[in-house]
Design a binder for this molecule. Sequence first.
Ligand code: S5P
Length: 470
Amino acid sequence: MSVELIAQLYDREVFKLGEFVLKSGQKSPIYIDLRELITSIKILRMAAQSLCDIIKKNNIEYDYIVGVPYAALPIATLVCDILDAPMLLRRKEAKSYGTKKLIEGKFEAGKRALIVEDVVTSGQSIYETVEILRKEGLVCTDVVSVLDRQQGGVNVLKKHGINLMSVITMSDILDYMISVDKITAQRKTEIIDQLAAPFIPVGAENGGVPADWKLQSRCETTENALNRRIMEIILKKETNLCLAADYTSTEQILKIAELAGPHICALKLHADIVKDWSSGFVKTLTALAESNDFVIFEDRKFADTGKTMELQISQGTLAISSWAQMVTVHSTPGSASIKPLKQFVGKDGSRLLGCLLIAELSTEGTLTKDENYKKGTVKMAQDNKDVVGGFICQKRVANDPSFLYWTPGVNLDASTDGSGQQWRSVHQAIVEEKNDVIIVGRAITEHADPVSQLKRYKEAGMEALAARDH
Ligand code: S5P
């Protein structure tokens, strides 16, 4: 522990006491923003020196130092300078040109990479970095961090064979606060307990009883045909992965549908980008969906008057309701306009089971961040529960387990496509942001080995769901 470092941080009011809501929605009695570190080179040096002391004292072996992007990069740089050690840089997004490398710098497989982090909470972003380094053949067993918030990171990392050592822990900070009469010992115990407690999303209390978010219970009680079908598939096939098959030819779609069949709960299409749509294609795809037990999802994002939407969904060359079990609808036209869609559920000649409302988009600068917009969308879904199964969203938008929360913007190896799309990890999408189904496109479809990726996302999705609901 470095008392001097804590004192310096304390003097700069880096530790704030109060009632805070973290990015994940979790409540916290203390807020620590170590990002303020970078504005003081003196503290940054002190933090780097403390990390080097830990490395030396514990004889941690390394050939390269790697900072977890982005906040830890300046500290990692200083650590390399002090130790005269070579640094590697992990990219958050693969370059869209040239080598598509995820790690910059010269390295040899089989050598040891030591990770440097600023703050550890769940350990997830460290693990993502470790996974990428290991995939490149680097040996990764140790992490040093400036602060451990004591929220389970040590144990999560241990499970993956990673040893974490930190300069300061949350307990150290609270002890320091006791020593300067800022808090009592009793308050320290309360804060530590609160941080270690399992996370219940803000507002999830239901008359004091937390809502039951387990899929098994939600499947048993749902009255929505689409949700029953999807949850039965998820539970039976053990996959909450929806594949976005954004191809422009039917041949490509059928090829991926065949490979993906056993690994997905839904196959999402943009029928209007397909150049050779035909009834024969619809027949083959439907047969694949039936034999592999997945749902066909047309992501048409309807946004018009009720009458026009009714025609768009059932008429024209695509006749969407004759093959799609689910579609997306914007909430902008309002509640009355989606009522005409109800007539297609359970009607002869229609395969439609229900729809999802677009509550929140994954794109940079989206206007759907507006809270009133989201509230209005949730209200519209609540008023039309027979046809609305849930939402397309980034974070679980309603404290209502009768809806399903589908989330696009998921990619384990990149964070943006350079065209406005924003990706985050499976863990963030499900454990932190509480969604149910992950929608993954190019991370699978543009990979040289799509089957390995399908399995990877399927496993990660179900693992995250289990971690969320344990
Ligand atoms: O906010 C959204 C909503 C949707 S439905 N952001 C999205 O990316 N989507 C869709 O999800 C998008 O149209 C695409 O089909 C898929 C994401 O694909 P990826 O390649 O970016 O993973």
